[in-house]
Every structure is written in C-alpha cells, then in structure tokens.
Design a protein around this ligand. Structure first.
Ligand code: SAM
Ligand code: SF4
Length: 472
C-alpha cells in the first residue's frame, strides 16, 4: 500500500524546489504526497534559517507534530518526522537534542540520501542525522523529477541552476548552510527544462541564491555558459513561453545579462535585484561589494535596455551601526528607483555570522519604527505601480482557478496576480487581458477577446498534446 508523505516548506523558492525533489527521491519507496498531515507516514519540514523568527517557527511546528505522531502511534500507525533544510544544516544534532521525537535531520546538500535515512531511522532508536556537504554534486544523485505533479512544478515551474553562495555578506547564513557556490551544467538544466515543458510548464523560473553568478559547463559554448548564455539556450525550447531568474546580486549583473532584457522576448521585464541598504557605509560593512551609486547605475542600464522593466528588492533595516542618516539614504534610494514591489526585514543576528558579533546593535524599537516608515513608502510605490496598469492590455499566463467560481488567475509579466472571469481551459495559456481594477495585492481584468480565443502558448498550440499542470 502506498505510504503518505507530507512536506511543509518554509522560506525561499529554492526550498520549494527542494521539497518537490525530496518527493521525487522518496517516490521509489512508495511515498505519495498527501495534503492531510494527520494521515502522513512521513512528515518533512523543509526549514529556513535566514532570520530568527523563521527558525523558531520550526520548533513550534515540531511541538504540534509530536502530538500528531503520538496519536498515530496509539492507533498502531507510524509518523516519521524529518527536519530538512537550513535549520537542519545549522543545528544538526541540536535539533534531535531539543526535539528527541524527531527521526531524521538532513541538510540541503544531503537529501538525496533520504531513502537510506528513512531505513536507518526505522532500524535504530536514535535520529538519523546527515548534514554533510559532499564534494560531488547532489544533482548527480537525484532521480529524474516527476515534473508537474508537485507544488512549484506546474504551469510556472522552479528550476534550481545554482546552489550555495561565496559572497559572505556579513549578515547572512546562506554560505554556511548551503555551502560553496556550484552551477549545474547547462545541458542538465536544458534537459530538465524540456521535461518540465513536456509536463505542462509554460514558464520556468531559474533559481540560485546568487543566480546571476551562474557559470555552468557548456560544451556548445566552448566550455562555460553564463546566465545570459543559459537564458539564450533555454529560450529556444519550443512551448516555453516565459523565463525568469531569481535572486540576483548587483555585483554579478553583467552587461550581457542586462542586454538580454532588451533582446530576449521570453525573458520577462521584471527583476528582483536586492540592494539591502542605500548607505555606502552600511553596504561596505555588509560586505556587499558595491555602493548605492553603482546600484543606481545598474538600474539606469536595465531601464535603457528594457524601458518596461519593473524592479523589486530586499532591504534590511537596523543593521548594526545604522544611523538615522544611513536609513534616510535608504529611503532616498527607494524614492529614486520607484519599485514595483519589495521585501523589507528587521535585521536578525544569525549565530556564526560576522555581523552578529558586533556590539553596536540598533535598539529593537528604533529598527521597528524605521521598518514601518520604509514599508509605508514601499506600499505607496506598489499601489502606484499596480494602479498604473489600469486600462493596459497585458499578456497573462493563467496558472490556476481564481478565488471565486468561474474565475481564473494568472500572472502579468510583472509578477502581479490578475483575476478574470474565464474558463478553466485557459490554465496553461497566455492570453491578453485588459486591467480594470487594481489593489495593492493584485489586479482584476477582462479577457481582451471576450473568452480567450486567440490565446497562444497552449499545449495544443505548441503541439505537445498535454494539459498544463496546475500547481497544487
Ligand atoms: N542572495 C540574495 C542577495 O544577495 O540579495 C538574498 C538571499 S536571502 C535568502 C533573502 C533576503 O533575506 C536577503 O536579501 C536579505 O534581505 C534577507 N536577510 C538575509 N539575512 C538576514 C538577516 N540576518 N536579517 C534580516 N534579513 C536577512
Ligand atoms: Fe546571502 Fe545573498 Fe549575500 Fe549570498 S549574496 S551571502 S545568499 S545575501
């Protein structure tokens, strides 16, 4: 009888990708995904360690799962509990010490070994722990993905092309939890993208912690492809309508990549380019390797290459030593760029990172007040950006049913969700829609042709004979 697997994902898109791959790895053992956690024979928490709150959420979730596990055991069943991802990597044995009912602790570089670990956890009475960072790539050990059947693997699918990070920003745990930067060979990425498209993907989002540092082996390109080269190669895949990439570091924005935004029609005019701060002094102590002026030059170059490009960013406020004047420089940069959307966080000291050792911490209430000022400004910009869409006709990739019956929802080129009255057969298609209403959280519109005739990018039109998969 099939066993049931429940994977709960915290954190970034790379974790969403990894969660889908964990399900692939466990499928040969008979595990099939369930949406009911109470029924699961194996629960995996794929965790995030980027900020303290994210890590703490895992322990409160584990407390809840302990009761579920005991209830299943009382009924004669089994519920193995696995902690995967960056909390597992950072805390290792400590997870099992703090939550002794956990059966498996596995880091992001080792999850291809989950089948062995499940067997070991069953056999032995103690938790199976693997936080090693093997010298060989875990991608070489993963089975072919069961594309299209997992969250994050549908009409719009994530595809990790690069792992780890060598940048060592002073606030960040990623280089410690995900290890050294490693790029997958272009041919492997190409093959995975083709399988995703054959399973119904129309958009592929290329993922990496520092994705624009991608440099994968590529025989066709005389040895190595950069991200611009990889995008050019993938754009040739028939049936693939849209390409995106995230997350980029300003230091690795090359002229070729900037130019690709103007020349490659499948590359969407939207870029998440985190700046973190507008103060040169803070950027230097963060070890970001560029100043505010350089960032603004990049924005100008991107807008020259692609005048329609919309920008997004990440900000950290209250970094150690941040003064009111530094913060005002962040506000000035935000006013100058005018973002379509952005994420902003209060600095969270992470054990083992250089910034956590500093004694010039910004008091919590000062950081909270700055964060709310920044968020007000970013919200105003997002509202303005969304409102500017009203009356425009945009190509929308429809991904799922809408909130109400008879509605479908898709994404504009700028990542906004747009709802229209329309038939489910639109899912997996790009159709033109005219925006009628805008709110900070999304758009409403009408299909430009009344019902989606004249759409392009549908599976039938691409001659693939498969329906677009819908993300669960
Ligand atoms: N690689 C990306 C870059 O260079 O911008 C960022 C990856 S990180 C997973 C996502 C975001 O989390 C960062 O851009 C940063 O804003 C935020 N972040 C990372 N460490 C943080 C910390 N210690 N406290 C608060 N926010 C943090
Ligand atoms: Fe972390 Fe991004 Fe800096 Fe790498 S580049 S250390 S992932 S913030």
């Amino acid at each position: 009888m099939a066993k049931k697997l429940y994977v709960k994902t915290f954190g970034c898109q790379m974790n969403v990708y990894d969660s889908a791959r964990m399900a692939d790895v466990l499928a040969p053992l008979g595990y099939r995904s369930t949406t009911e956690i109470e029924d699961a024979d194996l629960v995996v928490l794929n965790t995030c360690h980027i900020r303290e709150k994210a890590a703490e959420k895992v322990y409160s979730e584990l407390g809840r799962l302990r009761a579920l596990k005991q209830a299943r055991q009382r009924g004669g069943g089994e519920m193995l509990l696995a902690v995967a991802g960056c909390v597992a990597q950072a805390e290792g044995e400590e997870v099992a010490a703090r939550a002794p009912y956990v059966d498996i602790v596995v880091g992001p570089q080792a999850y291809h070994r989950l089948p062995d670990m499940v067997a070991r956890a069953r056999r032995e009475r103690r938790a199976a722990v693997d936080t090693s960072m093997p010298a060989d790539s875990r991608f070489d050990h993963l089975p072919e993905e069961l594309a299209g059947r997992q969250p994050g693997r549908g009409v719009s699918s994530f595809l990790t092309v690069q792992e780890g990070c060598d940048r060592f920003c002073t606030f960040c745990v990623v280089p410690y939890t995900r290890g050294a930067e490693e790029s997958r060979p272009a041919a492997d990425v190409d093959a995975e993208a083709r399988r995703l498209v054959a399973a119904g993907a129309r958009e592929v989002v290329l993922l990496g912690q520092n994705v624009n540092a991608y440099h994968g082996a590529d025989d066709a390109k005389g040895g190595e492809a950069d991200l611009a080269g990889l995008i050019g190669r993938l754009a040739g895949i028939r049936g693939l309508e849209r390409l995106r990439y995230t997350t980029s570091h300003p230091r690795d924005m090359t002229p070729a990549l900037i130019e690709a935004h103007g020349t490659e029609p499948k590359l969407m005019p939207f870029l998440h380019l985190p700046v973190q701060s507008g103060s040169n002094r803070i950027l230097a102590t963060m070890n970001r390797g560029h100043g505010a002026d350089r960032y603004l030059e990049l924005v100008e170059a991107l807008r020259a290459a692609q005048p329609r490009i919309a920008l997004s960013s990440d900000f950290i406020v209250g970094f150690p030593g941040e003064t009111e004047a530094d913060f005002e420089e962040t506000m000035a940069l935000v006013r100058e760029v005018e973002y379509a959307q952005a994420f902003s966080f209060k600095y969270s000291p992470r054990p083992g990172t250089p910034a956590a050792e500093r004694d010039d911490r910004v008091p919590g209430e000062v950081a909270a007040e700055r964060l709310s000022r920044l968020q007000r400004l970013l919200d105003e910009q997002k509202r303005r950006f969304n409102a500017s869409m009203v009356g425009q006709t945009l190509p929308v990739l429809f991904e799922r049913r809408g909130r109400h019956p008879g509605q479908v929802a898709g994404r504009t080129p700028y990542m906004q969700w747009l709802h229209v009255e329309g038939d489910e057969s639109l899912i997996g298609a790009v159709a033109e829609a005219t925006v009628t209403d805008a709110s900070p959280n999304g758009l409403r519109g009408e299909l430009a042709d009344g019902r989606g005739a004249g759409t392009h990018g549908r599976a039938e039109a691409a001659g693939l004979g498969v329906a677009g998969g819908v993300p669960a």
